[in-house]
Ligand binder design. Structure first.
Ligand code: SF4
Ligand code: SF4
Length: 91
């Protein structure tokens, strides 16, 4: 399905330009109204075909703000993905 940006996001903006499919929007465009960055799950391809690991998580300076979401039927999901709720990058 996608990765998720969680509420420890500090709105630094490091991830947004790293996404190869423009799946990330900033806090002002977050459709949930939360004041954090947001990943559109229907756009995110978990960087499959672009990078070995999600570029957004590589760029994120926080510890574990970007987590794995669900891997739904018909979605592009990484072979190396963790379970839902696990940090994409483990420190
Ligand atoms: S995992 Fe890749 S495709 Fe998904 S939001 Fe992050 S950078 Fe974009
Ligand atoms: S790089 Fe991490 S902390 Fe910065 S805006 Fe993106 S998700 Fe939030």
């Amino acid at each position: 399905m996608a990765v998720m940006i969680t509420d420890t996001c500090i709105n630094c903006g490091a991830c947004i330009d790293e996404c190869p499919v423009e799946a990330i929007v900033d806090d002002e465009d977050n459709p949930t109204g939360e004041e954090i960055y947001y990943v559109y799950a229907d756009k995110c391809v978990e960087c499959v075909g672009y990078h070995d690991t999600p570029a957004c998580a590589e760029a994120c300076p926080t510890e574990g703000c970007i987590q794995w979401g669900d891997c739904g039927e018909g979605m592009t999901c990484s072979e190396n993905r963790g379970e839902k709720g696990e940090p994409v990058i483990e420190d």
